[in-house]
Design a protein around this ligand. Structure first.
Ligand code: SF4
Ligand code: SF4
Ligand code: FES
Length: 238
């Protein structure tokens, strides 16, 4: 496999062909904020937080789904990108119902983390206050659609790691939402093995363990890495 050479924020790096800009940045020790990216499962480029500037290309590119090319000159933290990222996070807060003070994931939420990272202290956009439901039909877990940012990490981890494909995305645009089974209550979906991978993959408090209350959702990110790499490393056989 051939190697590509490029620069990221002025640092020259070499990485194998087929790698993404996000992987190259990681290799170079350059942090890029992400939300929908989950190490170990496929990327979909849903959240647009990882946008970067590439010299000679007049649109911003999502680092998680853009492959490196020879001679790329990439900037990851320009004023323009900072403005875009902050706006993206503000829009995520404005389009759902994120009431951190009563959320299971308070203090342990990746959405909160990126808000801090991009310097967001309020949203300049009008809150939509959508009327969304909560499904607590599963015996162990629940999903509160008010806190869903449609990152689809639950969809991909359940499909690609657990092989159950319980979750999917219904509708389009602003009407989009996550569905279980054939749009059935989660508790009625026989394919669910109750493994809990979607709970751990969810970056917000949207999917939670029943019984967890404010700030009680455990966000063990080391466990997440274990979940997506364990089969590869033969730590489990199933
Ligand atoms: S508990 Fe496991 S099988 Fe059930 S929906 Fe979540 S990831 Fe899929
Ligand atoms: S439920 Fe959680 S993991 Fe699934 S799409 Fe919504 S925010 Fe992402
Ligand atoms: S992390 Fe790249 S688009 Fe979400």
């Amino acid at each position: 496999m051939s190697v590509k050479t490029l620069t990221i924020d002025g640092t020259a790096i070499a990485i194998e062909e087929g790698a993404t800009i996000l992987q190259a940045a990681k290799e170079a020790g350059v942090p890029i904020p992400t939300l929908c990216h989950l190490e170990g499962v496929s990327d979909v480029g849903a959240c647009r937080l990882c946008l970067v500037e590439v010299k000679g290309i007049n649109k911003l590119l999502p680092a998680c789904v853009t492959e490196v090319a020879e001679g790329m000159d990439i900037q990851t933290n320009t004023e323009k990108l900072q403005t875009y990222r902050r706006m993206t996070v503000e829009l995520l807060f404005a389009e759902g119902n994120h009431v951190c003070s009563v959320c299971v994931a308070n203090n342990n939420c990746e959405l909160q983390d990126v808000a801090v990272q991009v310097g967001m202290d309020h949203s300049r956009f009008t809150y939509r206050f959508p009327d969304r439901g909560v499904d607590i039909s599963h015996k162990q877990f629940g999903i509160d659609h008010n806190r869903c940012i449609l990152c689809t990490r639950c969809v991909r981890v359940c499909d690609e790691v657990e092989g159950a494909h319980v979750w999917d995305v219904a509708q389009r645009g602003a009407a989009c939402y996550i569905v279980s089974g054939l749009n059935q209550p989660w508790g009625e979906v026989d394919a669910c093995t109750s493994c809990g991978k979607c709970v751990d993959a969810c970056p917000t408090g949207a999917i939670f363990r029943k019984g967890d209350t404010t700030a009680e959702k455990i966000g063990d990110r080391a466990k997440l890495e274990f979940l997506v790499t364990a089969r590869e490393q033969q730590k489990w056989t199933r």
